[in-house]
Write a protein of this length. Structure first.
Length: 551
């Protein structure tokens, strides 16, 4: 590309310089120069049907690649529509850069058409938000947006580009700044020694792996440490797969709304070694209700303050090197006991019962079991927020990091379908499935058109119950009845077909797995409507309430 004549062209050169491959969004009158410059670039501009969906797509790019996903919108309502996905990325510790147009500098200081203070709106939901004051600032501000978004703790950044700045000429010699690689420090020997002292007196430690462990690729070091110590490992919903669920030391995922099987693995623990755990993933009171466990916090940044997360030792730095350091300074094995094995047995028994359950509508356990049977170890499933998330997080065996994607920071409904489109684009070598409730599905079902137009290959499995099932579950638990949660659905098969996708409806329990396999084997988009029997929700919480430990 020749030297940029306009700021919009320099922005695109900066994005190319950062390794951006996709920009998701909807153009507007005020950012036509940016969209036009993208058309002539190496970057694929993905036109979506809603800016909110575009922000979820960018978030999943950041989640899967570790590099900021990029989303673009026009000013005013277009920019405001980005905010949910931006906030979701921020609370899920996912790198994202949001760009939007803004009214020109010639009228930003006064009341004018579509003028709102976007920077002030984005600041509370990002790590950094600012307005580009002129063409000369473009290269530095874009580089800063990417650097801040990627640096631990990763999150979202936002730049507003005034209309007259976007179309203005840039100074001679303006070029993108070279990206710098973020390097994390070695763990402190002093802190490793303090952790060794705590563990020297421990009787029953447990490892908890969170989102940070997955981001840092710390799975191999985590497995080596667990095996060396003979210590069980639980994950958060975000950490699913960073420690394989079929490993003999795996406890499963913690974070369910009630005292689940995996919680018994923490009840008898005296030390919790939290690896990449972030408090927004779930309330630490779930694993340390009496505040009596010693916490060793292993992460790239200090822990947040919480009465149920009293950090005895904080080890900050590169997570893999920190785990290797712990293995070196604590050369002992612990007695694991029978708890971890019993927890795995209970999870497996519940899933096996589900796989053999022929009722119709299908039980959630059957839905999870058949989904797992249809997907390979490295295939990707996105579990949307709702009752589907609870069942998938609890029971779906996961074997590699970032292969079961859940929003548990903001717990946003509607992210999975647009997110699956992005996943299919950046990870085309594996199969992608979005597991969504019918409420979440219709929040962004218009993006099926985006997927078919872009040639993305993905399957959408709709858990259909004509209700906001998680809210109904919660109401029944706490109030003894539910209200204002029921709705009707269109014919989802014909609806999918109207977009050019394949539509399937499951009419018996035995039909789900063959349909899943057929859909996943095909090109393009498939939508499967499967009725689910959520009477299992209350049965589950009743069963869990009757459990008592230790196992």
């Amino acid at each position: 590309m020749a030297d940029a004549a306009r700021a919009a062209e320099l922005i695109v050169r900066c994005l190319e310089n950062e390794g951006v491959t996709h920009v998701f969004g909807i153009p507007g009158e005020e950012n036509i120069h940016l969209v036009d410059a993208l058309h002539d670039s190496r970057i694929r501009y993905v036109l979506t049907r809603h800016e909110q969906a575009a922000s979820f797509m960018a978030e999943i790019v950041g989640r899967l690649t570790g590099r900021p996903g990029v989303v673009s919108a026009t000013l005013g309502p277009g920019a405001i529509n980005l905010q949910l996905g931006v906030a979701d990325a921020q609370t899920n510790s996912t790198p994202l850069v949001a760009l939007s147009a803004q009214v020109g500098l010639d009228r930003i200081y006064k009341e004018s058409h579509q003028a709102v203070d976007l920077v002030s709106m984005f600041r509370p939901i990002t790590k950094w938000a600012d307005l580009v004051p002129g063409p000369a600032a473009v290269a530095e501000m874009v580089r800063r947006a990417f650097k801040i978004a990627q640096t631990e703790r990763p999150g979202a950044t936002y730049l507003a580009v005034p209309q007259d700045v976007e179309s203005a000429p840039v100074p001679d010699g303006a070029v993108p700044l070279p990206p710098d690689r973020v390097r994390y420090e070695e763990p402190s020997p002093t802190q490793l020694a303090r952790a060794a002292e705590v563990l020297a007196h421990a009787e029953a430690p447990v490892l908890l792996a969170g989102h940070g462990a997955a981001r840092h690729g710390a799975g191999p070091a985590l497995q080596a440490l667990a095996e060396a110590w003979n210590v069980p490992v639980a994950t958060t919903f975000h950490g699913k797969g960073v420690f394989p669920d079929d490993h003999p030391l795996a406890l499963g995922a913690v974070g369910f709304m009630r005292h689940d099987y995996v919680n018994f693995g923490f009840d008898a623990a005296d030390v919790v070694v939290a690896v990449g755990y972030e408090l927004q993933e779930f309330d630490p009171a779930k694993i340390n209700p009496d505040r009596d466990k010693k916490i060793i916090h292993v992460h790239a940044f200090p822990a947040e303050v919480d009465a149920h997360y009293p950090v005895a030792v904080g080890i900050e730095g590169d997570i893999t090197r920190s785990l290797s350091g712990l293995q070196r300074v604590v050369p002992r094995r612990f007695g694991i006991g029978a708890t971890a094995g019993r927890i795995r047995e209970m999870l497996a028994e519940e899933l096996d019962r589900g796989a053999a359950d022929d009722r119709y509508p299908l039980s959630p356990q059957r839905m999870v079991a058949d989904t797992r049977a249809a997907l390979g170890r490295d295939d990707i499933v996105l579990a949307d927020t709702g009752a589907v998330k609870m069942w998938m997080a609890r029971l779906y065996p996961t074997y590699a990091a970032n292969t079961c994607l859940i929003s548990n920071g903001l717990s946003t409904m509607g992210f999975a379908l647009p997110g699956a489109i992005a996943a299919a684009m950046v990870r085309p070598e594996v199969r992608t499935l979005a597991a969504v409730g019918d409420g979440a599905f219709l929040m962004h079902s218009q993006e099926i058109e985006t997927a078919t137009r872009e040639g993305a290959a993905l399957t959408v499995l709709v858990w259909e119950d004509d209700s906001y099932g998680l809210i109904e579950w919660k109401m029944n638990l706490e109030l003894g009845r539910s209200s204002s949660v029921r709705f009707g659905n269109p014919d989802l098969v014909r609806y999918a077909e109207s977009f050019g996708a394949r539509g399937y409806r499951v009419g018996a329990a035995g039909e789900l797995l063959p349909i899943l396999r057929e859909a996943l084997a095909g090109d393009g988009v498939s939508v499967i409507s499967c009725p689910v029997d959520y009477t299992e929700n209350m049965r589950l919480t009743d069963r869990l309430g009757e459990l008592s430990g230790p196992f």
